[in-house]
Design a protein around this ligand. Sequence first.
Ligand SMILES: *Cc1c(COP(=O)(O)O)cnc(C)c1O
Length: 389
Amino acid sequence: MFSDKDIAHFSKLETPFYYYDLNLLEQTLNACKDAARAHQFHVHYAMKANFNEMVLSKIKAIGFGADCVSGNEVKKAIDIGFVKDKVVFAGVGKSDREIIDALERDIFCFNVESLQELEVINALAEARQKIVKVAIRINPNVDAHTHANITTGLDENKFGINSWDMPACAAILNLSPNLEFIGIHFHIGSQITNLEVYKNLCNRVNEFSAWFEDHGFKVRILNVGGGLGIDYHNPHQQIPDFATYFKVFSDFLEVKPYQEVHFELGRALVGQSASLISRVLYVKNGKKKNFIVLDAGMTELMRPALYQAYHLIENLSGNERSMPHPQGTVNYDVVGPICESTDCFGKEIPLPESFRNDLIAIRSAGAYGEVMASHYNLREGVKSYSKEV
Ligand SMILES: *Cc1c(COP(=O)(O)O)cnc(C)c1O
């Protein structure tokens, strides 16, 4: 909810912009930290969800590690002050340059996603006389029951090493003196709201862990990835239920005394902490459709265009203008200015009757929002502000 003060503040700013609630972010981080501590679980923040520096410094301060998926994320994590012993590097296509840079920074671990990558890392490490810690990212073929575009743990997905390649994987590890195997890694998808999915994941993790131990490898790290979803329909109910989430793993994972359980949460930590604030440029009332054209588009928030994602949309000006609204609500297609038909934030959205210059908030935009902004159509690039803490 925005206060009258927030709205008065917005009305002085040039739109569109991301507006971060760093208090809420901090409460969310603390809730996660406490819930994880109850089980001695370790949390790494999946930096790709949001690498805004205001956000990163809060997360670093709370003591989480960083889960990176590019060389630049590794660099940024270390530059901003994440401890390198808590920086991990995943990704299906790490370039030689990225591997070398991460090697030289002595990060905690590479999450390796193919047999060939194991060989490349071993060779690059050997040339630099380094021993590199690796975890094997396994594709467990577990259905995350989420949108197809953000499912990552099925046989048809590009991520991880498939189960049938495990013997070859073990053989390569045995022949690679510069690799130190430390554990297994999984990440089956994003915006997962059905926790049953994680039970299935736990069962697979137990099987793979046993397989590696039976083949003479000590599995010290069980990294179960991230993916916990947020409630896009209720941005007011802001803090995800971390306790219930972690309990699933506590109940279903078989953890040996020498094993650590690692999580890589992104969306659940940052998703509710930002809104995209925009203005109505034009209202087009048609026979079949009413359109609100915003000054924000898919160049500022791509999720709806990319995977038909839902975000709650609010008219912040409508509330104060007239109560109750003489016209009631009107159904609008809320669209952006970009020359693409997918540049639409929502269809048939009931809103108070809206007018040019009204302020519109697109909620729950803290994850995969600002970081996916682009310059398509030679757009400016989006600004961000935060609520005073
Ligand atoms: C994206 C990603 C995550 C985080 O996913 P969320 O859905 O944001 O929690 C975790 N691990 C890996 C390897 C990822 O690529």
